[in-house]
Design a protein around this ligand. Sequence first.
Ligand SMILES: *Cc1c(COP(=O)(O)O)cnc(C)c1O
Length: 373
Amino acid sequence: MESIPVNQPLLDGNEKKYLNECLDTGWISSEGPFIKLFEDRFAARMQRKFAIAVSNGSVALDAAVVALDLKDGDEIILPSFTIISCAAAIVRAGCKPVVIDSDSKTWNIKVEDIEPRITPRTKAIMVVHMYGLPSDMLPILKLAKKYNLKIIEDAAEMHGQTYAQKPCGSFGDISTFSFYPNKHITTGEGGMILTDDSRLAERCRSLRNLCFKPEKRFVHDELGWNLRMTNLQAALGVAQLERLDEFVVRKRKMGLRYRELLNDCSEIEFQTTETDYAKNIYWVYGVVLKDHVKADAEFVMKKLSDVKVGTRPFFFPMHEQPVFKKMGLFQNEIYPVAERLARRGFYLPSGLALTDTQLTEVASRLKTVLKGL
Ligand SMILES: *Cc1c(COP(=O)(O)O)cnc(C)c1O
């Protein structure tokens, strides 16, 4: 039986050629020419003025939150159902994460629950677009305007996606991306910060590079980090970006094919395929076990692993994280949709190199497992 990995990237464009250029010229550090090329092209593609390449999507969030110069105890609203990087960036910056439940169909932040949680201390909303479908930006932007809040947009799963024809990654005062190998384009490890604000861009550049003073190196007014991306990573990024449109088409096709093959499975439900503002680009292909199914995600994933199908669990909600509980955060908070997604959701092999034959095989093995429950 063929083993089908949960993710395999597609690296058969100009990746090798550009990497060889790095090796041939000796430019392998963050000083190399592919960095600016990648930043400029990525900014243009997402319709932003400034792009700052960093070493991953998590630190992109760290720098983005710190760059906003918020005060200790300022509150930032975000969905509970997301990756730890989002809440970690908020906590590390000395701010307080305030979490909201998700919509059971779109898996994105439940927009109508945001306004009641806004207090005089609320300074920003961290929007996290989920699994290929953007959050509903229009009402969120209205709230931001009404209450004078900043938008931090985590678009790590949204390369090439649009909200009402405008690129995801173009909505935040500051927006971030990840280029981990399971994202729509990859640099191995890597991330990007986007903004139209020259001051924020300068702050992020400085935070990326240890806050060296331009006029006096090795003298520091503030603590930064080394978040620099290497020229090798940026070379991959430039090659991958050339194919983004093609990749989005491919991912959409894969998502729709899975949906078609699994549509008659009464045991599982799916993320919304299409809304009036976007068509899903399926970062990964997630499925959620319906309530009448006795087994949980962990059990079904184990069964799939027995038949050599790679899977990953869904995110685990921020309000249930032991690390935050220990800090005294989220005491007695309950968000049923986030909790359900975490326990009943998992995703199937969805990498760009997945062939149609493999995809069909995954669907067939999943069906057999579900029938056997
Ligand atoms: C992948 C991801 C990140 C983190 O990116 P890394 O590059 O893995 O650090 C952040 N936010 C979301 C929503 C992600 O999917």
